[in-house]
Design a protein around this ligand. Structure first.
Ligand SMILES: [Zn+2]
Length: 79
């Protein structure tokens, strides 16, 4: 999943592949050309997904949730 940061845009129409790995995206674009634009050499462009810090934010959120859960349990079973 982490490597799925390439999106291939068709040079002939509005088609673009979903986020894929570099090789899977290239393959999908070639398939698209085979289907939609037979005889046309694959063109277009590649979009590289900007690196986000979402993963870290998500992890931090999970950590906070875990601490809250821990606190809830601690206080619930406190003698
Ligand atoms: Zn196309």
């Amino acid at each position: 999943m982490a490597d799925e940061k390439y999106r291939y845009w068709c040079g002939e129409c509005d088609y673009r592949t979903p986020w894929r790995t570099e090789s899977a995206g290239a393959e999908e674009q070639i398939e698209h050309y085979d289907r939609r634009h037979p005889g046309t050499p694959p063109g277009g462009r590649v979009e590289l997904r900007a690196k986000k810090t979402d993963g870290v934010g998500c992890l931090a959120l999970l950590g906070v949730l875990f601490l809250l859960l821990l606190a809830a349990f601690t206080f619930r079973y406190w003698p």
